[in-house]
Design a protein around this ligand. Sequence first.
Ligand code: CAP
Ligand code: MG
Length: 409
Amino acid sequence: MRYEDYVDLGYKPGKDDLVCEFVLEPAGNSSIERAAGAIAAESSTGTWTEVKTEKKYVRKLAAKVFKIEGKRINVAYPVELFEPGNIPQILSSVAGNIFGMKEIKSLRLVDLTIPEKLLKSFKGPKYGIKGIRKIFRTNRPLLGTIIKPKIGLRTEEHVKVAYEAWVNGIDIVKDDENLSSQNFNKFEKRLEKTFKAKEKAEKETGEKKAYMINVTAETQEMLKRAKAVENVGNEYIMVDIITIGWSALQTLRNQDFNLVIHAHRAGHAALTRNSKHGISMKVIAKLARIVGVDQLHVGTGVGKMFEKKEEVLENCKALKEGLWKFKPVMPVASGGLHPGHIPQLIKVFGNDFIVQAGGGIHSLQTRIGAIAMRQALDAALEGISLQEYSKTHKELKLALNKFGFVSSR
Ligand code: CAP
Ligand code: MG
């Protein structure tokens, strides 16, 4: 088949098709039709030239470009092209060689719809929003912090910071993405000591607390660490889903540990940031949900990272909208946040989200920052402006004096 043979604008995709939407800019010497055909060919059965080995039955498996609207193209893939339960294989097809073809100037996979036949082969979230709510026994937004400095603290200091945050109103303490098991803060010791501090904080406050310990490592080592977390009785693990890779994430989820999986997305922007090329965060969010994470970072719209509010909302939608029998995933807002952001974030995210602040808490003193976060949340939930509330809440006042108010983009 030639590239042009992969374009069939009269085709209507069926329920067993996997459908991709791309934004495509052809290279100077190519038309949109030809470049679209090249995409469909290289991501399914074809290559740059016709081959004598092609059989009639192979032609039936060819992907079809069924819609071209400006730079937007839609491609349908027969489900037979995909191996059940294999995210890497799906991506090697629809998000593989095609990004590097000479025929295109730029290409972005903006959306991906997977047919039920294939969805069924994945586990999806074990807990999701409802499961997490059961653990915390509250319906308000959850407050989290990331221990800072992000790496370098010795275990004893790490534990102290975690404890300070918990007893002063924070629900969740999280490791940073690049903390795993370095000599200054070994995984096993950190797990044991931080878990004890968590139990102490729970007794003292009467509130449920959580520790999202980072198990990111080579796959076998990661599984061992996750098992150790389960054995201790901790409910959560955190994992860097982009850097461990989809295969390792599937392996982790398929163990069916009694552990909520918090997904950090460090590195996603190498794929998602260029609005003309790569893969949208929405697609990554869908895939992460299908595999079965329970919580995922989705951007903030107001903090230190690049995503705008509209993109954040799209990511949240991908986590929460109806998708076969998969549970909705809890969105996590993180990156450059402080107490002054909380009312705006609630407007964007609603109640079901986790708001995390690292620098926004520890740049005051952990105790002051944690109290200020909780006060900001209380004020927002009571419908009182932060300025007003800060007149009678000195920690919030200190935070607002330090950070001020930042308006949303
Ligand atoms: C936040 C954070 C997270 C970012 C990642 C950090 O710390 O721990 O890794 O949120 O971005 O190290 O930056 P701060 P995203 O609160 O100190 O900014 O959530 O967009 O993936
Ligand atoms: Mg971090």
